[in-house]
Design a binder for this molecule. Structure first.
Ligand SMILES: [Zn+2]
Length: 103
């Protein structure tokens, strides 16, 4: 039940629209690989993700928390549907989130 599709998405790492390989396991997205920067976005680390969201809530970052919740709910929708002007502001927080995936 693993399949891969190639599509054009706005990368969550380099924030440019690039050719992206999306890997599905069943009906869920397991990972997305950006062909521009080769960053691999894995969707499965939800525990860490939840921790970061609660941390940001304490620090009063409402916008990135809302965005992060949208990513968790539906990563594909988030990346396809998010306009550039919206991501530009919480860019630092988004980077913080993505960097934490690699640590
Ligand atoms: Zn990228």
């Amino acid at each position: 039940m693993v399949k891969q599709i190639k599509t054009s998405l706005v990368c969550s790492w380099c924030f440019s629209e690039a050719s992206t390989i999306v890997t599905y396991v069943g009906d869920s997205i397991a990972k997305m690989e950006c062909e521009n920067c080769n960053h691999v976005f894995e969707v499965s680390r939800t525990v860490l993700h939840s921790y970061l969201i609660s941390d940001w809530e304490k620090r009063g970052f409402t916008k990135p928390v809302r965005l992060a919740r949208e990513i968790r709910k539906d990563p594909s929708h988030f990346i396809i549907g998010l306009p550039f002007r919206v991501i530009s502001k919480p860019l630092r927080m988004a980077k913080e989130l993505v960097e934490s995936y690699d640590s």
